[in-house]
Design a protein around this ligand. Structure first.
Ligand SMILES: [Zn+2]
Length: 397
């Protein structure tokens, strides 16, 4: 099949509006018959049938299986294609980067994570990213777009990373612009990582709530957040909204690179947590024989109830709970999802957070909000980068 990747949606005008409406419906509902799409979108079945023809011919959607109709008659279902067209999604973190290839259904069909050595120059890291991406481009020929998720503070509207604490090499490097000059032919869609994860969680929970406010807290190598209102991330004037990690929880706290003092991120990030534990091992008696920790050994120790790990993770839970309580008072969300690496700490970690949040909120406020850990198996940030790219390519009329 000949696919024109420069023109992902073949028609213009009203036809294009109808097509994006149909694609939107399939993206939301998944596998659907022409009849179901017609009911969902309000377009008559003749229009649906006519509009989907070029979408099928261009390899955007495909006919799959049969579903039982009302009188036992089968109808053919439509869904996004599982091969032929892809999105490449890239997630930059402080200490590693991940790349995933998604088909148009959003399934991850290839992925890898590579450590970023802080001793390496940004040029070397960038070349490494490009070399892996080039291999994927060779393997998956029709890449409709590149979705990139980066840590904040990220000026989304002019695509500049203004600060990555704990990885100064990224400072001043115009990452998205450099990427654009490497791939001038491929659309690139950048997004702040916590906003990406927020829209991915929204999609995951959309069965429960069609409308509402979801507050996403990313807790891991950094602390971030996003506010998703009826499915769309709240961006703020410059795209900077949601920088929970740089709100202060201590007026006399240590100075942060952002200029503020006592930022939440300085107390509750994975990097601080590991540093604190390793400091105790080095300084306190009784721990001297222990090996220095990395995140996996810390997680293992916490889950098996080791005193040192439980004490330090509980402190982090309290700090996070303070940040989350402030956010809940400010935003009034219906749902709070805590994601990223700390979600692996599990139920007892969530309970410590909930107990602390409950203590700090008016009971009415606490009762109306559901607080949970992310239960998604895939990386929400990479998935959000996919949803953002897919939305901008195919779902915006
Ligand atoms: Zn700060």
């Amino acid at each position: 099949m000949k696919i024109d990747t420069n023109n992902p949606i073949p028609l213009e005008g009203v036809q294009r509006i109808n097509q994006t409406t149909i694609l939107h419906s399939i993206f939301k509902k998944g596998l659907s018959s022409r009849k179901q799409i017609s009911i969902e979108t309000g377009l008559d079945t003749a229009t649906v049938s006519r509009s989907v023809v070029p979408l099928i011919e261009n390899g955007i959607i495909e006919e799959v299986g049969m579903s039982k109709g009302a009188r036992g008659r089968g109808s053919i279902n439509l869904d996004f294609t599982t091969s032929g067209r892809y999105f490449l999604c890239l997630r930059i973190q402080r200490r590693d980067f991940s790349i995933a290839i998604n088909n148009l259904k959003g399934e991850v069909i290839d992925t890898q994570t590579v450590d970023i050595s802080i001793n390496k120059s940004i040029d070397m890291t960038f070349s490494e990213i490009i070399s892996i991406m080039n291999n994927y481009f060779k393997k998956y020929k029709h890449v409709d777009g590149i979705g990139v998720a980066v840590p904040g503070p990220f000026l989304e509207f002019n695509e500049k990373i203004i600060l990555i604490t704990e990885n100064p090499t990224f400072q001043g490097f115009d990452f998205i612009k450099s990427l654009r000059s490497e791939y001038p032919e491929t659309p690139i869609y950048s997004i702040h990582d916590a906003k990406a994860a927020g829209i991915s969680e929204w999609r995951y929970h959309s069965m429960k709530q069609e409308e509402g406010v979801l507050l996403y807290i990313s807790a891991g190598q950094g602390i971030g957040s996003s506010i998703v209102v009826n499915g769309a991330p709240f961006r703020g004037a410059d795209g900077l909204a949601g920088e929970l990690g740089h709100t202060s929880i201590n007026i006399d706290g240590p100075k942060c690179k952002c200029g503020n003092k006592g930022c939440l991120e300085l107390y509750a990030s994975r990097i601080t947590l590991i540093e604190n534990i390793n400091q105790r091992i080095t300084k306190e008696e009784g721990f001297n024989d222990q090996k220095l920790f990395d995140f996996n050994s810390l997680l293992e120790g916490y889950l098996s109830g080791n005193m040192l790990e439980v004490e330090e993770v509980s402190k982090v839970a309290k700090y996070l709970a303070l940040g989350i309580s402030n956010c809940i008072n400010f935003v009034n969300p219906s749902m709070v999802v805590i994601g990223d690496e700390f979600s692996h700490f599990g139920e007892s970690f969530l309970q410590s957070i909930k107990t602390e949040v409950k203590m700090r909120l008016l009971s009415k406020t606490y009762e109306t909000v559901e607080i949970m850990l992310s239960s998604k198996k895939n990386d929400s940030v990479l998935e959000g980068a996919f949803i953002n790219s897919m939305t901008k390519t195919y779902l915006n009329p």
